[in-house]
Write a protein that binds this ligand. Sequence first.
Ligand code: HAM
Length: 431
Amino acid sequence: MKYQKPKGTADILPQEAQLWDEVEAKSREVFRRYRYGEIRVPLFESYDLYARSSGDTSDIVTKEMYDFNDKGGRHMALRPEGTAGVVRAYVENKLYGPEFPKPYRVYYMGPMFRYERPQSGRQREFHQIGVEAFGSDSPLLDAETIQLGVDLLHSVGVHDLRLAINTLGDPETRQAYHQALVDYFTPHKAELSEDSQIRLAKNPLRILDSKDPQDKPLVADAPSILDYLTPAAQAHFSVVKESLDKLGIAYVVDPTMVRGLDYYNHTIFEIMTTSPAFGNKELTVLAGGRYDGLVEQVGGPALPGVGFGLGTERLMLLVQHNRPAEEAAPLNVYIASLSEPAGAEALVLAHAIREAGYTVDMDFLNRKAKSQFKTANRENAQLVITLGEDELAHSAASIKQMATGQQIQVPFAEVTTEFHKIYQQLVEEGK
Ligand code: HAM
């Protein structure tokens, strides 16, 4: 093969795209009920926006960004995630103004890019369905956001879920915890991986997220952030937990969870599932949290935010696994044309019938009559219209109902204006 798709990307072919459409339509319906509106932001932005919001010690920024200098010498990057661009749009369009609702809720669907090592459920170009809600620091909104994520997964038939939550507290909590981590890790610095030694100096919290086996034993015994929460941070987290209890959403508190992006504070969460679709491994399908300082950091007012991102490919693996392949939708009409002038007439009829809302296909390969009928059968056609010399001479089409073999002659004029009636009479009443 001369050309192959880039490593870590995938072609979504029509038979799969149909299922993507369905999942996206169901998601939109859930978002509508929660009053989320769609936002579409650029696929690339200034490198700086992502670097500063994700954090310059995160793997996303240090290892995974698809960045480039454009022809004008600007340092740009393909978006590694949705939140930064949406926050930028929220600030730039002043969506915090008095004319807009609060919380201001948006959702997005689209491709994201991370230079990661590809494996099942992990790609370099992948898709997210995500939400962001701005302007409320209520822990009730954290709970609502988690409920929305659960509803979304349930709406597409994914039920076997494990929700893990944690809190990163407020800036004061973070400061105290930062010091506790420095005090704990510094005497063991030499035992840490090279990356984590750098993290210790720049952002010790990141060590907890290390995937390096060398760091694991030390991380396991690290102090817990839950012991460093300020009363306010503790109160926020308590309301989140109580709300989840009230909603009947099961969860576990995982004090070692830190998430891979630097903008979070207070509540963070991940929804995981173990499925044969993932080779019986546990994978995170949906993850998010609160990011109260980010809007201000991007140049806006000090307004809080909370949201999540769902990995669409991972969701599709689950959805596909959960249900058998569906039969293709039937073709309403196949037009078999037996001569060149009949072909031109077929084009006109096909257009009229499509205008009436039906699916139509016809021959474009000069196939013999027999082979056209075979195609009609393979396409599961409900009606076959035959146009031969006779039909052209009488300006009438022969319409055959494939299920019963019943055949009628209908003037062209009637086919173009009355197709709905003809279809009802032949197909629907015949059922
Ligand atoms: P994230 O945890 O980096 O968060 O990504 C969210 C989800 O995207 C993951 O749980 C996973 O399902 C999917 N995902 C991430 N990387 C890949 C990949 N390489 N291949 C396939 N799927 C992947 C965020 O991106 C935050 N922006 C979420 C958020 C929104 N937080 C607040 N608002």
